[in-house]
Design a binder for this molecule. Structure first.
Ligand code: ADP
Length: 459
């Protein structure tokens, strides 16, 4: 028999993201995230240049830049819709991104160059600053794919040089003139932009490596968890089969169906019977927990009559309560209707766990009362005992796995410490809550609470 975590199987059906795919997705994520910021920048630049320079030329350039933005947006949408990208698609999208980058960078540079042309020689403060801002923006936000960043920055760098050299070419000034100073300043600024790009690129790559390490660790943990789950499931099953026959034989012998047992044998057989029952409980609990954690439990949700749930659970546990001489009653107004939506079998398991605990931890002669109340749209089912109570701050022990409030060797009552942990997971799968109130020496009330269903909904 194989036990496979179905959730993991589904997750494994989509291959882990490759480095290239992550870069492409990160690139578009950044592009989409800054879309309005870019529009504001382009808009402001267009208004400025339209006011101070040739409005028609500025408007045409602005239109061209918007067109490249639209191209990017279309590509972005396409990639976002793809659940995963094959190597071939990664290459295709990368080429597409580079093409768009060339279009957009050339568009921006033509815009800036036209502005520079309309200015007097040596006075290119505005276009050079525009270009500097564009280059810094790219270094900060478009560094995910190195080749894309390199293409964009190369186009910007060429424009930087073109604007600075244009004046030198026309005037042919001596090296001591301001125009050469402008040129060297441009070189300095370019170096600064490239340095900035490398810093951002390094940060991004470091983050990506850390993410990949984490992912690999996660895969290893998942694999180890799968092996552990299979191991637990197989071992528990292999134990359960022979144990069922041992327990059955012991029960048969203890019941006297095969003839009376010698008096000397009786206590030993009794202990053997009780311990085999404990072992069977433990194995069943472990199997349940393993199934819940592996997502293998199938819930079948139906409308449930709360009165019926309470009544049936009480009757199911009456034998156990009688054997410990504890009273077990239900307290409810039969006319008070309440419905919830749930899995009858699993909720009966939760009820049995709460009731058997209440019985188990009751003092001799005590009584356990089961009932329910409705508060607005909620139904609360309660199991109240007058037993020893639970000390404060024991929540983790009560609902933890393999934990008990009294875990000493001297404890009088047995148990696996798994029951309430399983119950909690079942109740939470019903979008409900399970909790308790308790007073040491006076008793405990465990309760589960669910959204109520109106009769019409239940019908
Ligand atoms: P167990 O198999 O030990 O009963 P559970 O998960 O059902 O495991 O319960 C966990 C622990 O919570 C118990 O061992 C006990 O210490 C405490 N507990 C649960 N119900 C009660 C109760 N009604 N009264 C006192 N203690 C309780």
């Amino acid at each position: 028999m194989t036990f496979i975590d179905q959730n993991t199987e589904v997750a494994d059906a989509v291959p882990a993201m490759s480095r290239e795919e992550r870069q492409i997705r990160d690139y578009f994520w950044a592009t989409m995230g800054l879309i309005w910021q870019r529009q504001a920048i382009f808009g402001a630049a267009a208004i400025l240049t339209m006011f101070y320079f040739d409005p028609l030329k500025s408007l045409a350039c602005y239109g061209a830049v918007l067109f490249t933005e639209l191209n990017d947006l279309i590509l972005c949408r396409r990639v976002t819709r793809e659940p995963w990208l094959s190597e071939r698609k990664c290459r295709m999208y990368k080429r597409w991104i580079i093409f768009n980058t060339i279009l957009s960078a050339v568009g921006i540079c033509i815009f800036i160059f036209i502005v520079a042309q309309q200015q007097s020689i040596g006075g290119h403060f505005t276009p050079l600053f525009f270009l500097f801002a564009a280059a810094l923006f790219a270094a900060m936000n478009n560094h995910q794919i190195f080749s894309v960043l390199a293409v964009r920055l190369s186009i910007y760098a060429a424009t930087f040089f073109a604007i600075a050299l244009m004046d030198i070419f026309v005037v042919r000034p001596p090296l001591s003139s301001e125009l050469w100073l402008h040129f060297f300043t441009v070189v300095f600024v370019l170096y600064f932009v490239i340095d900035c790009s490398f810093v951002f690129l390094k940060f991004y790559r470091k983050n990506m490596r850390q993410l990949e390490d984490l992912q690999a660790e996660h895969e290893r943990t998942k694999a180890a968890y799968r092996v552990k789950s299979q191991f637990v499931a197989v071992v528990s099953h292999e134990l359960r089969t022979p144990l069922t026959s041992i327990k059955g034989s012991l029960d048969l012998l203890n019941s006297g169906a095969l003839g009376p047992l010698p008096d000397k044998m009786k206590p030993i057989m009794n202990i053997a019977g009780k311990n085999s029952a404990r072992l069977a409980d433990l194995i069943n609990d472990i199997l349940d927990l393993q199934k819940i954690e592996a997502g293998e439990i199938r819930y079948s949700f139906t409308p449930l009559d709360v009165r019926e749930l309470v009544r049936d659970s009480v009757e199911m546990n009456r034998g156990y309560a009688d054997s410990l001489k504890i009273g077990l009653e239900y307290e409810m107004d039969e006319r008070d209707e309440a419905y919830i939506r749930g899995d009858a079998k699993r909720l009966a398991q939760v009820m049995s766990n709460m009731i058997s605990n209440a019985v188990k931890f009751s003092n001799k002669g005590g009584t356990v009362v089961v009932g329910f109340q409705r508060h607005d749209d909620l139904v609360r089912i309660t199991v109240t005992d007058t037993g020893r109570g639970i000390p404060e701050d024991s929540y983790e022990k009560v609902f933890g796995k393999f934990t008990q409030v009294d875990s000493t060797d001297q404890r009088e009552v047995g148990g696996t410490g798994l029951g309430l942990s399983i119950s909690k997971q079942i109740v939470e799968h019903h979008d409900g809550i399970i909790d308790y109130t308790s007073k040491m020496g006076s008793g405990t009330t465990f309760y589960i609470e669910f959204a109520s269903w109106s009769q019409a909904e239940a019908a």
